[in-house]
Design a protein around this ligand. Sequence first.
Ligand code: SF4
Length: 423
Amino acid sequence: MSNSYEDADLIIVNTCGFIDEAVDESLEAIGEAMERNGRVIVTGCLGAKGDLVRDAHPSVLAVTGPQAVDAVMGVVHAELPPQHDPFLSLLPPGGIKLTPRHYAYLKIAEGCNHRCRFCVIPSMRGDLVSRPVGEVLSEAEALVEAGVRELLVIAQDTSAYGADVRYRPDFHGGRPVRTRLVDLVRELGRLGAWVRLHYLYPYPHVDELLPLMAEGLVLPYLDVPFQHASERILKLMRRPARTENVLARIRRWRAICPEVAIRSTFIVGFPGETEADFEVLLDFLEEARLDRVGCFAYSPVDGAAANAFPDPVPEAVKEERRERFMRKQAQISAERLRAKVGRRLRVLVDEAGEEGATARSAADAPEIDGRVFVADAGSAAPGDMIDVRVTDSDEHDLWALQADADAGTSHPTRDRRSQSVGR
Ligand code: SF4
């Protein structure tokens, strides 16, 4: 591993081809690697999109597709024949992970059986293929043994896990375990690390996870992309369309597990979206009071069925709707975070220094959600779990003091934090 283009023997660029902006960014990254180093292997989704990469950068060493570890390593070894090194030869077969030591992504499946009309992932990654549950659990155990404190479970559609193999049983530690998300989560919950579930398609069986969250087996965090709230637009998108049901389910989830933080993503400006559809979405947002929300202006990615739909929404209108949407959510988020002031939370430290620590609570996934700034983290180090009491909040983040040290101490505010803990 090298931190600079100049010191690297060759560069592997892992690309994304999900939306046009990602394609541009990937091509730009390849261009930069070509200019600064010149020996470049391209992998990831964009490689599966025909000659796009070769047309833009004809001199790359190789273009491979997603999940092409063997193909990439084949080119690496052809270009740089491996030499025995007593240190490097000791690397575990699982390789080196790129996240900090205390958290890791655990990929449980690849591909997707849905055909949402704005999405080209199934054409790039294929239908759902679930990893055997025994293999996933062995990887999770090894990660926890190596110091991982938080496992982030991912796939294109985690809640479909096992549907392709009819939820067949596998073995782990001599015990049968079904290839099914709820069963997997029960087992992961025994490992002693935080378990966070991402990208849950809103199937009915997602509701079965809530009691496990209330029990503390998995973090009370639901990442469910709803995409829209207007039934008409949801049907055009080919997504589950009963918004009334969604609101009732959210109420039920909160009744079973009041702590649950709900994260979702939405698309505004889908072809045919009217001002009335958008208002329905804003009303939904007001009523659902979600904790974490992302919003994208619809982007007509090459190959998506929705591109052929009539009534595209002008770019300026899309952007104006996205801004209105985010303004509303910022207000909701600020209110929800303000309600946490005074509460005690367990947080996981990501970074620590003399001036305090940056940490995350159960409601905060790394990089995409908010953070908890702890002014008096003492000797806490990355990967430590500490208890804090919340003293202040804004639209995204919280400020806190260690719970057992806060009595009689003046409470830090955002201003004080901005001097003491850099963002
Ligand atoms: S469920 Fe997700 S990955 Fe699958 S088609 Fe829909 S948006 Fe794409």
